[in-house]
Design a protein around this ligand. Structure first.
Ligand code: RIB
Length: 297
């Protein structure tokens, strides 16, 4: 059986809805506050599982109620959390501001995510058709070990793009930055130059997500722009996570990279029409994709 292995974070998200983001020194009122499951690792794991992927999560929660609830949540979402460690400390958390247009600004308190150590993750038994999905909300040493040891296809979602040693990218097959992360990693304002630079490091492709403007997929042989589907966004939090989850799912099913990007882009589009950072369930995806004439991998 082909597996999606996700190495990453869990956060308790506190989402605060505002009409507009406050300026420096300014106070604004919020119309709604809610808490929910988040963290890029967990969001990607749960979103891939909702698409019917078989997912194993490697993460660390604290020995607190939040951590215990996270473990029950993964069970209810059919994510295998046997490799999740419980650490002495508090589970990670995030404060998310969402404005009227659905845009977000996020502050993460790392908590137990940064207590996950390289020796807590063992991917040596992974198979060549398995897919690894990892991000930068855990220690760089954990990401490095996971990428180096993994035997299948390795996707790094460089979010946030704080990477102290860019040689990390040499063990990445597919890099999936958003526009800000891409600029930071390529240190270039020219998109084509930046792509050239990144393609000299990663093995297969760089896929740059540009929100409503679409996605650029660049390999050593091909560069294409894939348009986003037109939707009315309510909350863009986690759109990147859903994109990565759907991409990993489609690749694990053997889809071509270009079709996998088209599928992932459509699923991420659907996800921003509802609140929260998690992806849609398979039934909703089927209904939505039917209208767009896109097949489920
Ligand atoms: O990508 C969205 C996620 O970023 C949120 O769930 C938050 O926890 C931060 O990790």
């Amino acid at each position: 059986m082909v597996l999606i292995h996700v190495v990453g974070s869990y956060n308790l998200d506190l989402t605060v809805k505002v009409d507009r983001f406050p300026e420096d020194g300014e106070t604004v009122f919020s119309n709604e506050v809610r808490s929910g499951h988040g963290g890029k690792g967990s969001n990607q794991a749960v979103s891939a599982s909702r698409l019917s992927g078989k997912v194993k999560l490697y993460a660390a929660v604290g020995n607190d109620d939040v951590g215990r609830e996270a473990i029950s949540f993964w069970e209810s979402e059919r994510v295998d959390s046997k490799n999740v460690k419980v650490k002495n400390g508090r589970t990670g958390s995030a404060i998310i501001l969402v404005d009227k247009k659905g845009n977000n600004r996020i502050i993460v308190n790392r908590g137990s995510n940064f207590l996950l150590d390289p020796e807590d993750v063992d991917l040596s038994a992974s198979k060549k058709d398995d897919v690894l999905l990892t991000q930068m909300e855990v220690k760089e040493s954990v990401v490095r070990k996971s990428l180096t040891e993994f035997n299948g296809i390795r996707i790094l979602n460089p979010a946030p793009s704080i990477i102290s040693d860019l040689r990390l990218l040499e063990n990445v097959d597919i890099l999936t930055p958003n526009e800000i992360e891409f600029k930071e990693l390529s240190s270039s304002d020219d998109i084509q130059d930046g792509i050239d630079l990144i393609l000299r490091k990663v093995k297969i492709a760089v896929i740059i997500t540009l929100g409503e403007r679409g996605v650029i997929m660049a390999t050593k042989h091909k560069r294409v722009m894939i348009d986003s589907v037109k939707v009315n966004p309510v909350d863009t939090t986690g759109a990147g996570d859903v994109f990565n989850a759907a991409l990993a799912f489609a690749i694990e099913r053997g889809t071509t990279l270009e079709d996998a990007v088209g599928f992932a882009n459509a699923v991420a589009g659907l996800s921003v029409t509802t609140e929260g950072a998690l992806g849609p369930k398979l039934d909703e995806v089927k209904l939505f994709l039917d209208k767009l004439n896109i097949k489920i991998p």
